[in-house]
Design a binder for this molecule. Structure first.
Ligand code: PLP
Length: 423
């Protein structure tokens, strides 16, 4: 009998034995194509020798040293490389162990920034309904996934949620795409005014919504208007690129597609590519200066902040992504994948929408294409599809998103960037 506390107590999972390229193998020798990189993690595939050698080299030198005593070469070099590719204005990197931690750090830094600059009355976070920002209490409070939030609601700080920018579901027939984007972006201004002009800390959003919606980018103009509103009311813009960042959309930072600059951005998943647990919270020079010129101490910190071995792995990953042409490859293969999905499934009576960017693609499943009616909760397909695909040797990431308070169905595909056309 196992003593592991699994995600699902009723599941009976195979044991993974090894990974090679785009494939994983279990202990019976069965091969699985990693079509979602786990949960959009394994951007380099499995068994990359450059990354494993970088980890081994660091382990031989020193595995860990606490950041209250030392900095390390891998942490310094990783931060430099991230900043080299980061949006304009972003200047500092806080290295953590995963996505939820990166989001917790982002939320706390945003609040502390206003305390430091003498605006302690700012105490509200605004996010969007169809969103996921992590499973720790602060990140969970920020996310809009009702199903995940419900059991813990008494423990969650109050966060308000505005509409997502989800063209397939939200655009009215009689409005242009541009008008739709502006309408939902303007909800932010309405909410700021409702809460009090100088009482909002930050607006939080995923540039391409992952798990709760199935690879949904915003329409053109939406994030530009969001940035304008944030600037007008002195509200910080926090972008959660935990799932969509690190090249997944065909650009290192997904916000590059939008032509806007966040104040704070969180990345994880693809940063370590599964080789080590690592995430990062990046912030602007202005925010860092407020801490430096103020208390001089970010009131945060976990034991494994800036873990040298994790940083060495991420540095090797990022070097491969940026210097090895893999981000461009992701963009090109992503276009091919979109075309193949369209050719194969666009006419299927239960496929409502096929969307995404780069190698981050979502297929929305509906009971009725005409009315876009989702399947009822009893008939939702994603869990069955996950199981059937897995049995057939394909790992994909089906999820039930929330559509107008009801659960919907989608499949997320996020394969490694190294896949070839035959895959
Ligand atoms: N933010 C987004 C957009 C995510 O998709 C996730 C995880 O799926 C997280 C945050 C939390 O990351 P982690 O699971 O590494 O804590």
């Amino acid at each position: 009998m196992s003593h592991v506390f699994p995600r699902h107590t009723k599941s009976n999972l195979p044991t993974v034995a090894r990974g090679e390229g785009v494939y994983l193998y279990d202990t019976t020798g069965k091969q699985y194509f990693d079509g979602s990189g786990g949960a959009a993690v394994s951007c380099l595939g499995h068994g990359d020798p450059d990354v494993t050698n970088a980890i081994k080299k660091q382990l031989d030198a020193v595995a860990f040293a606490h950041t209250s005593f030392f900095t390390s070469d891998p942490a310094e070099q990783l931060a430099d490389k991230l900043i080299e590719h980061a949006p304009d204005g972003i200047d500092r990197v806080y290295l953590v162990s995963g996505g939820s931690e990166a989001m917790e750090a982002a939320l706390k830094l945003a609040r502390q920034y206003f305390v430091e600059i003498g605006q302690p009355q700012r105490c509200h976070i605004i996010a969007r309904r169809q969103s996921y920002h992590g499973n720790t209490l602060g990140a969970l409070a920020t996310g809009g996934n009702e199903w995940r939030r419900a059991p813990f609601s008494p423990l969650l700080v109050e966060t308000t949620h505005i509409s997502p920018c989800f063209e397939y579901r939200g655009k009215h027939d009689d409005e242009t795409t541009l008008d739709y984007g502006l309408r939902v972006a303007n909800e932010l201004e309405t909410e700021i005014l409702r809460l009090g002009e100088d009482s909002v800390i930050a607006f939080v959003a995923e540039p391409v919504v992952g798990a709760t919606a199935g690879a949904v980018p915003a329409v053109e103009g939406y994030f530009k208007r969001i940035r304008e509103i944030c600037d007008q009311y002195g509200v910080l813009l926090i972008l959660d690129e935990v799932m969509c960042g690190m090249g997944r959309t065909g650009k290192i930072f997904a916000s590059e597609h939008e032509g806007i600059h966040p104040d704070i951005v969180a990345v994880a998943k693809g940063l370590g590519a599964g080789y080590q647990p690592i995430g990062a919270m990046l912030c602007s020079a202005k925010i860092y200066a407020a801490i430096e010129d103020g208390s001089g101490f970010f009131q945060h910190g976990h034991t494994y902040v800036g873990h040298p071995t994790a940083c060495a792995a991420a540095l090797a990953v990022l070097t491969k992504l940026t210097d090895g042409g893999l981000v461009e490859r992701c963009a090109a293969k992503g276009d091919l994948l979109q075309a193949a999905l369209q050719n194969t499934f666009a006419q299927h009576p239960n496929v409502g929408d096929i969307r995404g960017r780069g190698l981050f693609r979502g297929i929305e499943l509906v009971e009725d294409r005409e009315s876009k009616r989702p399947f009822s909760p009893e008939r939702r397909l994603h869990a069955t599809l996950k199981k059937e695909a897995f049995n057939a040797g394909l790992i994909c990431y089906p999820m039930g998103g929330t559509i107008d308070g009801k659960q919907g169905d989608h499949i997320l595909l996020a394969p490694p960037f190294i896949l070839d056309d035959n895959h």
